[in-house]
Design a protein around this ligand. Structure first.
Ligand code: HGY
Ligand code: MN
Ligand code: MN
Length: 407
């Protein structure tokens, strides 16, 4: 069985690592804060007697390879331990630490297992500093070359490769070095559905498509007082028009379409200067690929119109684009059956958030287990799941793992 107290204690311990000067939890990929979290994880993996493997993109793996089945395709569990800025302590970390508990329980259980079990902590799942997000698992699954990923730059021009080397996690193993028999990721829902419906477990059948872009709007700085409204090339106005457009468009496209302008910078950012430049990001998502394409096309047309009407130059850079992913039906059925056997209510659902599982689904049968998020809140320090729900999710992951390796 899962050591519930140790899991909860490790979540708290890891959750205290990587606070920024304002005291916010911000283990941004390949920063010193991320290193501190990585080092703590490696200590726990080592203490558990696992083989530590770090690949070229900095993905960390702990492997339990019993001699009797050493060369069989491994069952892989895991998630990520990097976070957004001012994060909660469960997003990602919960899935990694629960996976470690599962392996420790399987080892202690002593059952003759039919395949190795690995836990992975993938680099830069959040994409808060380097794009695209889910980068480590994307590289592991062969969707992006290690060199291209290592060459990705943050807004200060620092490459991921340079910082992974700096923090001591520029590994040597080739990403994709082990093709898993299956991949299962346990994660908090980060949305309101399970709590609203009183379900204990989310059986995630699919994951929506994601489209990220950075838009740079160039206008002309001018005097806020002397420039008539009809003579302005106001980049700040255009940024506001884009934000309201993508919101209205998402509502028009359908109830499952979402749009977010998460980052916005105005230059020169002075009260009495008409902004000469606006840089903003747009995150569009939809479980239906055709609708996501419609949202992208609608935005592109709006940008062309806006540039013409307001005398602006508008450039778009694509940061990430992932099509919707369907998870493995047999794994979903197994999760649902085992949850029901534990007396847990289940709800089949789509993931609104991106996850490493969507990349691993390119490599092997993959599925996800969700536990409820209080008030549906995530990417926020108020992120919370009750201890009993966290333990139930970890126990279910153990049941699924045991079933998949014949323990
Ligand atoms: O953006 C996402 O959905 C994930 O948290 N990286
Ligand atoms: Mn996550
Ligand atoms: Mn996240």
């Amino acid at each position: 069985v899962i050591d519930r107290d140790r899991l909860l204690e490790r979540i708290e311990t890891l959750g205290a690592i990587g606070r920024d000067p304002e005291g916010r939890l911000s283990r941004i990929a390949a920063t010193d804060a991320d290193k501190a979290g990585r080092d703590q994880l490696v200590r726990w993996l080592t203490d558990a007697g696992l083989e530590i493997i770090v690949d070229r993109i900095g993905n960390i793996f702990g492997a339990w390879r019993p001699d009797r089945c050493r060369h069989a395709a491994p069952l892989m569990l895991g998630s990520h331990i990097d976070t957004v800025v001012d994060a909660g302590q469960l997003d990602g970390a919960y899935g990694v630490l629960a996976a470690l508990e599962v392996i420790e329980a399987l080892k202690a259980g002593g059952a003759p297992v039919s395949r190795p079990v690995m836990v992975g902590a993938f680099t830069n799942e959040e994409g808060a500093r380097f794009s695209p997000d889910m980068m480590g698992s994307l590289v592991y699954a062969g969707g992006l070359s290690p060199d291209a990923a290592l060459g990705s730059r943050d807004r200060d021009g620092v490459t991921l490769g340079a910082d992974l080397a700096r923090i001591g996690y520029a590994g040597t193993a080739e990403p994709g070095f082990a093709r898993p028999h299956a991949f299962v990721e346990l994660h908090i829902e980060q949305g309101p559905v399970l709590e609203r419906e009183g379900a204990a477990i989310g059986v995630v059948e699919n994951l929506q498509g994601i489209s990220w872009r950075r838009i740079t709007i160039s206008g002309m700085a001018n005097h806020a007082g002397t420039t008539p409204m009809s003579m302005r090339s106001d980049a700040g106005l255009a940024a506001a028009l884009v934000t309201t457009f993508v919101h209205q468009q998402a509502k028009a496209i359908g109830p499952r379409s979402v749009a977010t302008v998460g980052a916005l910078k105005l230059e020169p950012n002075v009260i009495n200067v008409i902004p000469s430049r606006a840089t903003l990001t747009v995150d569009l998502r939809d479980p239906d690929e055709a609708k996501l394409r419609r949202a992208e096309a609608g935005l592109a047309a709006m940008l062309a119109r806006t540039a013409g009407e307001h005398g602006l130059r508008i450039e778009t850079e694509r940061l990430a684009r992932f099509e919707p992913v369907a998870f493995d039906p047999d794994l979903c059925n197994l999760i649902e059956t085992l949850a029901t056997e534990r007396g847990l209510t289940t709800r089949r659902m789509t993931s609104g958030a991106g996850h490493d599982a969507q990349m691993m689904a390119r490599l092997c049968p993959t599925a996800m287990i969700f536990v409820p998020s209080r008030d549906g809140i995530s990417h926020n320090p108020r992120e919370h799941t009750d201890p009993g729900e966290l333990a139930a999710g970890a126990q279910l992951l153990l049941d699924v793992a045991a079933s998949l390796i014949g323990a």
